[in-house]
Design a protein around this ligand. Structure first.
Ligand code: HPA
Ligand code: ZN
Length: 339
C-alpha cells in the first residue's frame, strides 16, 4: 500500500473539466502581452495592479472585470494563444478531457467576427488533442443579460460551425435574467441538434434550476448550489442523475459561500447528487483544477475515496461515449487501489 499525500493523490488522478470559461483563463501576464501587440490600453499599469483588482463581493463585480479583460482579444491568434495556455496548464494537472465554454457575444459585440473567435479556440483544441492527448467539447454560451434577439443572432452565426460546437449554455448576470427569457432560443438550438446546459442556482433561486430543466430541457446544470433549498428538486436531480458542475473556488471568491468549510459538495454527495469539481474562471479565482480539489479536500477533510468519486463523476457527467467513460473509470479505480 502506498502512502502518498492527498495533494499528490489529487495531482495524479486523471480529471475532466466540465465548467470552464475560456475567457476566464486569461492570465494577467498574457493579457498585457496581447494588449501590447494589439495596441490596446488596459486600465491598470501593471500585472500587480491588475491582480489587486481581483477582489469581488458578488458575480457582477467579477463580470465587469472579466468582460474588460476580454476586450484586448482581437485576432484569431489571440484566441488560439489563450486556449493553448489553458491546455498546457491543465495538462500539467492531469486533466485529460475538457468541455469548455466560450462567450461569442463578448467579442462579436466589439466587432470581432464569430469566425475569428471560434477558429482560434478550435485550432488550439485540435492541437491539444494531438499533442497533449486532451479530448474536448466546445459549448457556446449566451450572455443572459443581453436580449433574446441577440442570442438568436448568435445561434445563427454558429450554424456554419455546428460540427465544432456540442452544446449551448447560458451565463453572465443571473438574478433578473431567468432561463425562461431564452426558452425559444433554446428550443431552436435543440432543433438544430445542440445539447443544452445552463448556469442556474449560483446566485439565482432554485426556481431558476426548475426553469432550466423544464423550459430549456438542460441535461446538466452549471453550479446549481441553490438546489438544496428545495427537497423536491434535489430528489429530481438525484433520481435522474442530472450532473451539477460545481466550482468551489469560484463560489468562495464570489461570496456564494463565505468559507470552503461551508461548501455544500459533501452534503450533495450524501444526497446522491452527481456533482463534479471545476474551476470556472481560474485566472480570476486563484486556482485551476488541482487547487479546486485541494481546497475542498482540505476544508472538508475528503478521503481518497471521496476524491476518487468526484474524479469519476467528472467523466460520468461528460459527453464522452459510454465506452470511453468505462475505460477511464476503470483506470481511476486502479489508481485508487494503488495509491
Ligand atoms: N457565472 C455566470 N457567468 C459567468 C461565470 C459564472 O460563474 N463565469 C463567467 N461567466
Ligand atoms: Zn461559469
Amino acid at each position: 500500500m502506498s502512502t502518498i499525500s492527498s495533494k499528490e493523490f489529487i495531482e495524479g488522478i486523471p480529471k475532466a473539466e466540465l465548467h470552464l470559461h475560456i475567457e476566464g483563463t486569461f492570465e494577467p501576464e498574457l493579457m498585457f502581452e496581447i494588449a501590447k501587440r494589439n495596441h490596446k490600453q488596459i486600465k491598470y499599469s501593471s500585472v500587480e495592479e491588475l491582480k489587486k483588482a481581483y477582489s469581488f463581493n458578488n458575480l457582477q463585480e467579477f463580470l465587469d472585470i472579466y468582460y474588460a479583460g476580454a476586450n484586448v482579444l482581437i485576432k484569431e491568434q489571440d484566441f488560439y494563444d489563450l486556449t493553448w495556455a489553458y491546455l498546457t496548464k491543465v495538462h500539467e494537472q492531469n486533466v485529460i478531457h475538457v468541455e469548455i465554454f466560450f462567450d461569442p457575444q463578448t467579442h462579436t459585440d466589439r466587432g470581432v467576427s464569430f469566425d475569428t473567435v471560434i477558429k482560434g479556440i478550435h485550432n488550439a483544441l485540435e492541437k491539444g488533442k494531438e499533442e497533449l492527448g486532451i479530448s474536448f467539447r466546445l459549448i457556446m454560451s449566451f450572455l443572459r443579460h443581453l436580449d433574446e434577439a441577440s442570442a438568436f443572432k448568435t445561434l445563427e452565426q454558429a450554424l456554419p460551425y455546428k460540427n465544432w460546437i456540442s452544446a449551448v449554455g447560458l451565463d453572465s448576470s443571473e438574478v433578473g435574467n431567468p432561463p425562461s427569457k431564452f426558452e425559444r432560443v433554446f428550443a431552436k438550438a435543440r432543433e438544430d441538434g445542440f445539447i443544452t446546459v445552463a448556469h442556474a442556482g449560483e446566485e439565482g433561486p432554485s426556481a431558476y434550476i426548475w426553469e432550466a430543466l423544464d423550459l430549456l430541457k438542460v441535461t446538466r446544470i452549471d453550479h446549481g448550489n441553490r438546489c438544496l433549498d428545495d427537497d423536491k428538486l434535489v430528489e429530481k436531480l438525484a433520481s435522474l442523475q442530472i450532473p451539477l458542475t460545481l466550482c468551489p473556488l469560484s463560489n468562495l471568491e464570489l461570496k456564494v459561500v463565505t468559507d470552503l468549510k461551508d461548501h455544500p459538495i459533501v452534503k450533495m454527495m450524501d444526497k446522491n447528487l452527481l456533482v463534479t469539481v471545476n474551476s470556472d474562471d481560474p485566472a480570476y479565482f486563484g486556482g485551476y483544477m488541482n487547487e479546486n480539489y485541494l481546497g475542498i479536500a482540505q476544508a472538508l477533510h475528503l478521503s481518497k475515496q471521496q476524491i476518487t468519486e468526484l474524479a469519476k463523476n467528472g467523466f460520468k457527467a461528460s459527453w464522452l461515449t459510454d465506452q470511453e467513460k468505462s475505460s477511464i473509470i476503470a483506470k481511476i479505480d486502479t489508481y485508487f487501489q494503488n495509491n
